[in-house]
Write a protein that binds this ligand. Structure first.
Ligand code: HEM
Length: 137
């Protein structure tokens, strides 16, 4: 298993744990409800998406009997996806409790980094899956 594939799976489980703890805290303290965005994005960009990236990178090329188009892009995606989600939740939270143009801009910038990582997956996976298989004559 590639290092970045294992990384996606481990980080996905870490984000599941964090999102669940925050969900429980939100139930216990109404005052934490403004962090619903953090909870939902830890779950959906962290737990759900990263588990799908990890399992998808490992299994989808094998289903097609071919190699991943670019493991390097996969590795880059791993770092960008994690920098993006951590920036998103940290700066979003800071902007909730101490609103400022700086925190808002950093939240948006983190969202852009996360989006770039998503398009790296999009590109890498489609370059892997779409090319036609050469038929033996
Ligand atoms: C023990 C596990 C969990 C707990 C305690 C929990 C708790 C909560 C709470 C308290 C809210 C706010 C509800 C409200 O607006 O009144 C919420 C919202 C949300 N949760 Fe969770 N949650 C859990 C697991 C999950 C999982 C596994 C996912 C997705 C994979 C998820 C996705 C969401 C989403 C998308 C919202 C926002 C819903 C909306 O804005 O209407 N949660 N959760």
């Amino acid at each position: 298993m590639d290092r970045f594939v294992k990384g996606f799976i481990i980080m996905s489980i870490v984000y599941l744990g964090l999102a669940t703890i925050l969900g429980i805290l939100m139930l216990a303290h109404e005052s934490l409800m403004p962090l619903k965005f953090v909870h939902s994005h830890l779950n959906l960009l962290g737990w759900v998406s990263m588990m799908i990236y990890g399992v998808g990178y490992h299994i989808l090329p094998r289903f097609m009997g071919r190699l991943l188009y670019s493991p390097i892009l996969g590795e880059v995606q791993f770092y960008l996806a994690n920098v993006g989600i951590i920036g998103l939740i940290v700066f979003y939270t800071m902007n909730i409790y101490a609103p400022s143009g700086l925190y808002l801009s950093l939240t948006v910038a983190s969202g852009v980094v996360e989006a770039i990582s998503i398009f790296l997956f999009f590109y890498n996976m489609l370059r892997t899956l779409l090319p036609k298989v050469e038929q033996p004559h």
